[in-house]
Write a protein that binds this ligand. Structure first.
Ligand code: FSO
Ligand code: SF4
Length: 554
């Protein structure tokens, strides 16, 4: 195996024996095969669409396969093996459709050369697939700059696919995003493309990242209402309970509906925290609040909770024996040996009965004290405070905004983000989204004339809200661009959705972003140089030094 797609990659170089995330070599190799098969599907699917053939099953497979490959989603080798087999079928189907249409149109058989990913077919066992994984993985691209750009593009596409999948589940679609995903994937097996071609594709990924986050924002707010400012309780109360983690709001809706009136309370965990601010969910009395923090604290938090846990997406960690029989996965999230709640049939709901039954059997969760924290700052909500915010900037009550979204992680160096939050001058405001917030959202940083000093827009995809607000401020202040506003970007990253958010910000023209705790290992020195020169991208330094520089607009 070789994987360097996330921030915690071994020695900031690459995981080669097993993943720091808990991925086995087998799972890593199988995921490489899944990606490769999906590239082949994309190749044929693009050819088919050029002849007017669109196929929803193919498109859905591409999106779900790419989401499956995101860090901390799927650790179940049998499930990934099944997906590869299905992918090979999808590829054969779309290829045959294309070949038939080509022959009819041209009166001859298609005979152009095709990349090996597009022609590879197999009925192999897991072992054979593992061998293939080693052949088609990251290191199969020999030129380190092309490899770096191909992987940057693929990771951006993985994040886009994750966000797109959430929107698709709520029946919101955008075919041009799917077409880009397929074009981008097929480009990574096209040896005729140059560095410049890949840079252009990476920028196009940024545009599609913005479009996808906008789509998901619409899907979420149309389906569940516009989040309102909400004080969320962060402890637990006596009574049976289910803790829901991950990002999938449709799952959350169905869990709330199916637990209503059963005496089982519902709590959010990690990235599900923002669900507490949606009107459609707030109406349920048995939604108690949020318990727990970042994904990497889950082993301790899940053990302490002592009720049922449902992981709807990433970031799942190796379940401890103490709660392995109390945790369920659903959707694309999976772990070997963990009970999995099956997908909904078209028009139906998932059946969470087994989880509810288990929660009742377990009895009361441990009662844990908690404070209340404000959430729910969707762009619509923040903009309803626009006059107040603009006044505060004009009077000098707010000197500067700090966008500190992204991800949290377990490394000691991430204390940096807590230190920055603690040490920022009191006349500054932090705009956050994603699990990065857990580094400082319980710190009681106060408010400025009623505007909280930590404005939490929601999940990582809700970074879109922060971009919308920044663009609105450009308009209000008559600035030329986001870079002329008193805003600094100090982003923590971990997995590929954060790469997607970064590409979105670069596409929007944001310069001078600080990224930490390290720059991605997948950026070759030359590619890093291009990003640094074009966008003034920088690595986080020390809290003291960075605050000084950022306050000076640097
Ligand atoms: Fe975090 Fe995990 Fe939401 Fe990520 S829980 S790290 S960027 O999955 O998606 O912010
Ligand atoms: Fe390593 Fe991250 Fe890949 Fe897991 S996802 S194998 S930790 S680089």
């Amino acid at each position: 195996m070789f994987c360097y797609q996330c921030q915690e990659t071994a020695k900031n170089q690459g995981c080669t024996v097993a993943g720091v995330c808990g991925k086995s070599g087998t799972v890593a190799d199988l995921l490489d095969v899944l990606t490769d098969v999906t590239k082949g599907i994309s190749f044929w699917s693009i050819k088919a669409s050029q002849l007017g053939i669109e196929d929803e099953e193919t498109d859905n497979f591409v999106i779900e396969a790419m989401f499956t490959g995101v860090t901390n989603v799927n650790f179940d080798s049998q499930k990934i093996y099944g997906l590869i087999k299905k992918g090979l079928e999808v590829k054969t189907n779309i290829k045959n459709k294309f070949l038939a249409a080509y022959e009819t149109k041209n009166n001859k058989k298609f005979s152009d050369a095709v990349p090996s990913s597009a022609s590879w077919e197999s009925n192999a066992s897991i072992k054979d697939f593992e061998k293939r994984g080693a052949e088609v993985g990251v290191l199969s691209t020999k030129n380190e700059d092309i490899r770096s750009l191909r992987e940057l593009l693929i990771y951006g596409i993985k994040g886009i696919s994750a966000y797109y999948d959430h929107a698709k589940i709520l029946n919101y679609k955008n075919q041009s995003v799917i077409n880009f995903v397929k074009k981008g994937l097929a480009s990574t097996i096209d040896d005729s493309l140059s560095i410049d071609n890949y840079i252009a594709l990476v920028m196009e990924a940024g545009k599609n990242a913005v479009d996808t986050m906008a789509l998901l924002d619409k899907a979420n707010t149309d389906s569940y209402g516009i989040p309102t400012i909400t004080e969320v309780f962060t402890g637990t109360v006596a009574g049976a309970g289910i803790l829901v983690s991950g990002h999938d709001l449709k799952d959350f809706e169905e869990i709330l509906k199916q637990t209503d009136g059963t005496g089982v309370n519902v709590y959010t965990h990690g990235e599900m925290l923002p669900a507490n601010a949606y009107p459609a969910f707030k109406k349920y009395k048995h939604l108690i609040g949020n318990y727990g923090t970042s994904w990497y604290n889950q082993q301790k938090e899940f053990e302490d909770f002592n009720g049922v846990i449902i992981m709807t997406t990433n970031c799942i960690q190796k379940p401890k024996d103490s709660y392995k029989d109390k945790i369920f996965t659903t959707g694309l999230a999976a772990w070997d040996g963990v009970a999995h709640i099956a997908d909904r049939k078209q028009g139906g709901q998932k059946d969470f009965t087994a989880a509810i039954k288990k929660a009742k059997e377990l009895g009361s969760v441990k009662v844990i004290e908690g404070k209340k924290i404000p959430i729910g700052f969707n762009h619509n909500t923040i903009l309803s405070l626009a006059d107040k915010i603009v006044d505060a900037v004009k009077t000098g009550a707010i000197k500067r905004f700090f966008v500190m979204g992204g991800c949290d992680g377990r490394q000691k160096e991430r204390e940096y983000f807590t230190d920055v939050a603690k040490q920022l001058p009191k006349d500054t405001v932090i705009l956050t989204a994603g699990c990065a917030k857990f580094r400082y959202n319980l710190l009681d940083l106060g408010d400025i004339g009623g505007i909280p000093r930590v404005i939490d827009a929601g999940q990582c995809n809700d970074s879109y809200s922060l971009a919308v607000v920044a663009l609105k401020l450009v308009e209000v202040f008559g600035a030329k661009s986001i870079n002329d506003l008193p805003i600094s970007f100090d982003i923590g990253w971990y997995e590929q959705k954060a790469v997607t958010v970064l590409l979105a910000l670069l596409f929007l023209g944001v310069k001078g972003i600080r990224l930490g705790p390290t720059l991605p290992a997948f950026l070759s020195p030359n590619v890093a140089k291009v990003l640094i020169e074009a966008f003034d991208l920088k690595q986080t330094g020390t809290a003291e030094e960075d605050i000084k520089l950022m306050m000076a607009g640097k």
